[in-house]
Design a binder for this molecule. Sequence first.
Ligand code: ZN
Length: 395
Amino acid sequence: MRLEAVRIPQRLRAFPAQGAEVFDVTIDACVVKSIEPSQQAARGTLLSGLVDAHAHIDKNFTVREVGAAEGDLFAAIGRAAAHRAGWTADALRVRMTRALDDAWRSGTRALRTHLDWRDASPPISLAVFEALREAWRDRVELQFVALTPLDLFADAEAGVRVASTVKRAVGVLGAFIYRNEGIVHKLERVFDLAQDHGLALDFHVDEGLDAQATGLRTIAQLAIARRFTGRVTCGHACSLSVQDDAAAQDTLSLCAQAGIHLVALPTTNLYLQGAWDRTPLQRGITRIREAASLGVRTSLATDNVQDAFYPYGSYDLIETFGLGVQMAHLAPAFDWLDAVTVSPARALGLAWDGRIGPGCPADLVLLAATDEYELLDPRGRRRIVIRAGHVSNRW
Ligand SMILES: [Zn+2]
C-alpha cells in the first residue's frame, strides 16, 4: 500500500523530515516501510491509531434511563449509583460492545475505561470487561481502572481486596478525589497499595471549581516523595483553572517533576462545570497549555458518552480533539494532535508510542484534512482507518 502526499504532524514523526511537510508513505505487510518527502500538495493527514486515555464504557448510553444531570456532578453520581443497582451482565455487554464498535470504527486503537467500583467486592462489569478485552484484543487494546471512592481506602482490608483484584485482573488502581477529609492519609494508603502490588495509578481528581480542591498537588508531592514517577495519570483537575496563577504553576511544576500524565475531558467539563441557572462563564478545563509548556504530558479524552454525566457525545476522538482545540485555544491545532495519539499512548504504557517512522506498525488513521483548519471541519474529519497494513474501514 502506498499513501501519497500526506502531512504527518511534527510531534508524530520518528523520522528525519528533511525540511518537508508532505510525505509519501509505503506500507509493506503490517509495518510502515518507507517515508519520503513528496513533491505534491497535501491530500490528507496521517496519524497513528488514536488512543483514548479516559472513558466509562460501563455507564455509556444510559442517559435515556437515568436522565441528564444538568451541570451537577454529584447529582450525576447519585443517579448513576441508583441505576447501578439494576445493572446486569447482559446489559453491560451490549453497551460496552457498542462503545468499542464506535471507537474502533473511528480509528481508536487503544482505550482505557474506568469501571465504577463502589466497595471491596469487584463490580459485575469486571468479568464482562475481561471477556471483551480478550475478544477485542486485535482491534482495540483495552485497559481498565478501578474507579473507587477515595474514602474506601480508610478501611485497610477493603483497600487490599480492591488492589488484589485489580492486580489479578491486570488493571490500574484509581480513586475519585474531591476535597476528602484526611486526603493525605487516604492517598498514602492508595500509593502503598500501588507500590505493594506493582500497580499504576489513575485518578479522577479535583473535578470541580472549588479553588480549595488541591488533590492534584498532594498526588504530585506523594509521587515525588516515593519516587513513584511516570506511573500516575490524573484526569480533570478542573479546580486548577480557578486557582491563582502562582499556585497553579507551582502545582504543575510538581506534576512535571512527578512525571504525571494529565488528561483533560472537554465534553464533560463543559457540561458539568459552570453555572446552569445562567450562561456559564467558568468552563472548567484544566490548564492544559501551561502544563504542556512545563513538560507535563497532556491528553484529551472522551470521558462520558450519553450518560448522566454527559448526555451527548460519541467515541470519535477527533471530534473531542476539535472541541478541546476551541475550548482551550490549542493552536496551531496540528501541534496538539499528539494529545490523542502519542501522549495517551505513553500514559497507557503501550508497546508503540504512536510515533510514525520506518518499521512502526501500520495501524494508522488517514484524515481527509489537508491543513489544520480542516481538522475541525466534518469533511476534513472523514477518514480511512488502516489496521495491520489494510484498510479496515472508511468513516
Ligand atoms: Zn471520568
